[in-house]
Design a protein around this ligand. Structure first.
Ligand code: NAG
Ligand code: ZN
Ligand code: ZN
Length: 446
């Protein structure tokens, strides 16, 4: 792709078509910086906008689509962008969409939502339950889309006040498929100066956000190994090479990687989640397949784990007279890098979220062993990923993500939309190119 030079053309055309009005009472100015977050939250909570977001979220929830198959979800988003008069590029990475609001000129700041669902059955009985057997929005990506569209709607209404360009990123396949990497490879972050992403969270109350500077989510990879022996009668083991016992030893040996080879103060995980072999009580099978995931908080530790997993599996299998092949499935399940939050954007986030929600509602969180493919974006441009609380005891429990009982508290939608809009507009205002900055510009604040 040859960058986004075509963007200016689209903008020019749109500006000619969409009647413009001047916003003399705009709140998107440097003079009113600190009012922006609260203003956006007020706007996002207005009944009309809230209901619109709820409707979008429910429509997507009823029709969950897996990674790279988000065709209807993508269509719904494009329909709304069309209605709003927002220019976009499609398709990127099969179903992905990148929209643009503002001047079409620098600075460029991106806000991102993921669109995919999970291959699991919804156990929540409600009016808008998943209509697709075996698929469910159990990670809240339906809400993420609704929030980003909510932000887009507010931003588009104030497009003439934007001092730069806001890039809307709707990405496919966060749940293991690495949709972010494919979007990145398509060049969507060329010219982009910073990117923000969020996740709904059942660990924090509604009105509370949580994040941290530096590593926030682990790097992750998957592996699968086939351990081959020689099958035969279970009562005549001397004529067989037993892959079940070999695989068992492999699994025990793998547990030593974290317990004996890793700094106890450093967090890593090696988990075997799959063990398949044999089908009869009296037959030793020819092969066993095992598989699992490994996680670490630095690239070095991650690569070290990867190498040792391979060595331990093949070495330990050999001790048991078996052969083993190890496959890391990098093609369809790319390694997710560690998600690292930019230090300067952390200050940006704390100041804006603090003004919107009060500083006591900004929580510093511990890193989680979970992963996010947002990390691909944050490896290339300064990135920031945060959690938006949705617990509310009055509304009952909200089980955590990837549970069959997962529920989104729809009251969270305005918070996500307002945070997206505020983080992006403030970023633009605070990162104006030097030539247009007045003396003592707010650059230093960041
Ligand atoms: C392991 O591989 C070697 C070399 O290909 C082969 O000779 C041997 O039979 C294999 N052993 C098992 C148990 O499959
Ligand atoms: Zn998930
Ligand atoms: Zn998720």
């Amino acid at each position: 792709m040859d960058g986004f030079r075509w963007v200016s053309l689209i903008f020019f055309t749109l500006c000619m078509l969409v009647p413009t009005s001047s916003w003399s009472n705009s709140f998107l100015t440097k003079e009113k910086l600190t009012e922006i977050p609260v203003k956006f939250l007020d706007l996002a909570k207005e009944t009309e906008l809230l209901n619109w977001m709820v409707g979008i979220r429910r429509a997507i929830h009823e029709n969950p689509e897996l990674g790279f198959e988000e065709f209807e979800t993508s269509k719904l988003i494009r329909t709304e962008l069309d209605k709003l008069g927002i220019a976009y590029k499609y398709p990127i990475a099969t179903t992905g969409i990148v929209g643009f609001i503002g001047t079409g000129k620098p600075p460029f700041v991106a806000i991102r939502a993921d669109m995919d669902a999970l291959a699991m059955k919804e156990a929540v009985e409600w009016e808008h339950k998943s209509k697709i057997p075996g698929k469910m929005h159990a990670c809240g990506h339906d809400a993420h889309v609704a929030m980003l569209l909510g932000a887009a709607k507010m931003l588009q209404e104030h497009r003439n006040d934007l001092q730069g360009t806001i890039v809307l990123v709707f990405q496919p396949a966060e749940e293991g498929g690495g949709g972010a990497k494919k979007m990145l490879d398509a060049g969507i972050l060329e010219n982009v100066d910073a990117i923000f992403g969020l996740h709904v969270s059942s660990s924090y109350p509604i009105g509370v956000v949580a994040a941290r500077s530096g590593p926030i989510l682990a790097g992750s990879g998957f592996f699968e190994a086939v351990i081959s022996g020689k099958g035969g009668h279970a009562a005549i083991p001397q004529h067989t090479i037993d892959p079940i016992l070999a695989a068992s030893n492999v699994i025990v040996s793998l547990q030593h990687l974290v317990s004996r080879e890793t700094d106890p103060l450093d967090s890593q995980v090696v988990t075997i989640a799959k063990f398949q072999g044999g089908g009869a009580f009296n037959v030793i099978p020819d092969t066993v397949t095992i598989g699992g995931t490994f996680r670490a908080f630095s690239k070095e530790n991650f690569m070290q784990l990867k190498q040792r997993i391979k060595e331990v599996i093949t070495g330990q299998a050999a001790v048991q007279r078996c052969n083993a092949t190890v496959n890391f499935h990098e093609d369809d399940m790319p390694f997710y890098p560690v998600t690292v939050n930019n230090k300067i954007l952390h200050e940006h986030f704390k100041s804006i979220a603090g003004e919107m929600l009060g500083t006591k509602n900004i929580k510093e969180m511990k890193p989680l062993m979970g992963t996010e493919d947002f990390s691909f974006f944050a490896e290339v441009v300064p990135g920031y990923f945060y959690h938006v609380g949705m617990q509310d005891e009055a509304q009952g429990p909200f089980p955590s993500v990837h549970s069959h009982h997962f529920k989104v508290n729809e009251d969270v939608l305005p918070y996500g939309a307002a945070l997206h809009a505020s983080l992006a507009t403030r970023y633009l205002l605070e990162h104006q190119p030097e030539y247009s900055s007045p003396k003592g510009s707010s650059h230093d604040e960041l």
